[in-house]
Design a protein around this ligand. Structure first.
Ligand SMILES: Cc1cc2nc3c(=O)[nH]c(=O)nc-3n(C[C@H](O)[C@H](O)[C@H](O)COP(=O)(O)OP(=O)(O)OC[C@H]3O[C@@H](n4cnc5c(N)ncnc54)[C@H](O)[C@@H]3O)c2cc1C
Length: 276
């Protein structure tokens, strides 16, 4: 995550992408399954998601005994080519994205199939930590940057003021009752009530963090849609970082994507195997 300190506001211009979890193969169980069915087979891949997706695909036709040449790479290439996409659902990764805007996270969670989310709560977490995501097109222009900074600062100060005042007012039993809180709400309950109302003035630029669990098919769909030239630049940048991580981790599942330069110096993600 790259940030630029501007007075009290930290302007973020690059997201953080953390690959925090991956699968493992239960090798002994896989071998037991194969031996129970009188076959012996080893994938030539060492990437668990690649081994498991190949295993799932081979199970469909019980094609462990006489694999075609080319190993895991050729096998998964063929799966993508023929669009047997459900096989790719068996490869799963756990990510944490940080330094992304609330507008990006709103676009991200539109991806429903094969994706799971846990996002930073604006009700429980204090947003007076002033981190906001600045679009490149604004950050690169001093005049636009000044307007943006001013607007964000104003919103931020209003949030802090509202949260403080609400917290104070909810100390009054009548106000607490009107807000359906217990007569003497504890600190956490009062702060939650204050923050959930105060956050209404926070801008789309507000930084958020999100834990994302996704399978290979869903990730491919996400990267195709959000890595396309028509996608919003912040999420396109995120899609590019996700591709870098996935391509390094699993070249056989994601190596078919190319980063094609665009006239503005950014890039789009392109593949020959769309919407597998
Ligand atoms: C450039 C761009 C601009 C956009 N602009 C807007 C906008 O202005 N307003 C807006 O609201 N959204 C907008 N979107 C979001 C878009 O409409 C989708 O909600 C989002 O991209 C997720 O796509 P999806 O539904 O294919 O993905 P997922 O929800 O992950 O679904 C994956 C696939 O599963 C299948 N599927 C999932 N759910 C169902 C279902 N209920 N029934 C049948 N099949 C299903 C479909 O084949 C789908 O493609 C935009 C997206 C992009 C990329």
């Amino acid at each position: 995550m790259t940030t630029q300190s501007t007075d009290t506001i930290r302007a973020i211009v690059e997201p953080g992408v953390y690959l925090v979890g991956k699968q493992m193969v239960a090798t002994a169980e896989l071998e037991r399954l194969l031996s129970d069915h009188g076959v012996s087979w080893n994938s030539d891949s060492e990437v668990p998601a690649e081994i498991l997706t190949e295993t799932a695909g081979r199970l469909c036709y019980m094609s462990f005994a006489k694999p075609r040449p080319g190993g895991n790479s050729a096998y998964l290439h063929h799966i993508k080519e023929v669009g047997h996409g459900s096989v790719l659902e068996h490869g799963v990764w756990n990510f944490v994205f940080t330094g992304i805007s609330r507008s990006l996270s709103h676009e991200l969670v539109r991806h429903r199939a094969g994706m799971g989310y846990s996002q930073l709560s604006q009700r429980y977490v204090d947003e007076s930590v002033a981190e906001y995501v600045e679009p490149d097109i604004i950050a690169n222009d001093p005049e636009l940057h000044a307007i943006w900074l001013n607007a964000v600062k104003h919103a931020h100060e209003s949030y802090v003021m509202l949260a403080e005042k609400l917290n104070e007012k909810l100390g009054d039993p009548a106000a607490a009752a009107a807000a359906m809180l217990p007569a003497n709400p504890d600190r956490t309950t009062r702060r939650k009530a204050a923050r959930q109302a105060a956050r209404s003035v926070l801008p789309n630029a507000t930084e958020t963090k999100i834990f994302v669990t996704a399978n290979a098919r869903a990730l491919r769909h996400f990267m195709e849609q959000r890595g396309a030239a028509a996608a919003e630049p912040e999420i396109r940048k995120l899609a590019g970082h996700v591709l870098d991580v996935l391509r390094a981790d699993s070249p056989n599942l994601f190596g078919d994507y190319r980063k094609v330069p665009l006239p503005d110096g950014t890039f789009e993600l392109v593949t020959d195997f769309k919407k597998v």
